[in-house]
Design a protein. Structure first.
Length: 322
């Protein structure tokens, strides 16, 4: 925070808060939350489309620094000051554009996810997040778009059905140093849970399915709410890559029906396009099988593949597993 802003805090009688704000490390205020990317994707029931997401988080408050701690992802041999508690505001926005694959090449909102979370950092480099947020697909439709309940909805018509939840969440990230075969290095294990509320202060009553319209009337908690991610690095892949690449494997299942419906996502995040280090923009390829391809179709079992370019790696590695 700059000097005038810190004085403004103090003028409100918040001297302790002003001191903490003024001490925030400048390079840690605006960070990557989830991945920010532009890509091209295709799944089993959907037309090919551009897929893009923006996901920053802002460090709103930090307690006094622990000078013995490490940031997750930093060199484990180098200590760097880190606050014991941090308060973040975050927002993730995802959308798709169907260029030439749907009439009028529409842009379809997929996900709006504002979130507030409190992080507790441990001297080992691990952290625990307690969160509250709202997640929706930005639609308002709650009726059959074509007005004929006897006709199954198309994928495009289901995109217009409103989905929305408030939730509380708990997650943790534990750094790990383990190497397998000299090529694969495990860097961290992340796990978390979200409890989707029937009634919340932002959403009101949850919007999950429309009776007689959706082909399924099961709750999202049967498909989502528990996640585990293994974050690894692939090393020594020269001359394909000039630097290590990251391989993430994520498992998702329902918080109220664990193991009954599963989603597995594998994402290979490369430092550049293979064999072309001159194109230094991080390149990613992903594949997913199971559910949760997007909020409108969370209950549909479909495979998804895609590729694209990431923009978050230059401003700190994205940390959230959601």
């Amino acid at each position: 925070m700059n000097v005038p802003a810190a004085r403004a805090c103090a003028s409100l009688g918040l001297a302790a808060l002003a001191a903490a704000c003024a001490s925030l490390p400048p390079d840690r205020r605006v960070l990557a939350h989830e991945h920010t990317y532009v890509g091209y994707a295709k799944d089993e029931r959907n037309q090919p489309h551009l897929d893009f997401q923006v996901s920053p988080k802002y460090l709103m408050f930090a307690s006094s620094a622990d000078t013995t701690a490490h940031w997750v992802g930093d060199d484990p041999g180098v200590a760097s000051p880190r606050p014991q508690f941090e308060l973040f505001g975050a927002a993730t926005i995802r959308a798709s554009q169907y260029i030439g694959t749907r009439e009028s090449s529409p842009v379809v909102a997929r996900r709006f996810n504002p979130e507030l979370f409190l992080r507790h950092n441990h001297a080992s480099g691990a952290h625990v997040d307690l969160s509250f947020g709202h997640e929706s697909n930005g639609q308002s439709g709650t009726e059959d778009p074509d007005g004929d309940p006897a006709t199954p909805l198309t994928v495009a018509e289901l995109d217009k059905i409103s989905r929305g939840w408030d939730y509380v969440g708990l997650s943790f990230d534990v750094p790990v140093e383990a190497t397998f075969g000299g090529v694969l290095r495990l860097r961290s294990v992340q796990a978390g849970g979200r409890l989707f509320l029937d009634q919340g202060p932002l959403q009101g009553r949850k919007e999950e399915f429309v009776a007689g319209v959706d082909p399924s009337n099961e709750e999202r908690t049967h498909y989502d709410g528990l996640r585990v991610t293994l974050r690894t690095e692939l090393v020594d892949l020269a001359p394909v890559f000039a630097a290590p690449s990251q391989l993430d494997v994520t498992y998702v299942t329902g918080i109220s029906a664990a193991g009954q419906r599963s989603t597995v996502r594998v994402e290979w995040q490369m430092p550049h396009v293979p064999f072309l280090p001159v194109l230094s923009l991080p390149f990613t390829v992903w594949g997913q099988t199971g559910y949760n391809s997007d909020l409108a179709h969370f209950y549909e079992d479909r495979g998804t593949v895609g590729f694209g370019f990431r923009f978050d790696a230059r401003n700190g590695s994205a940390e959230s597993i959601w």
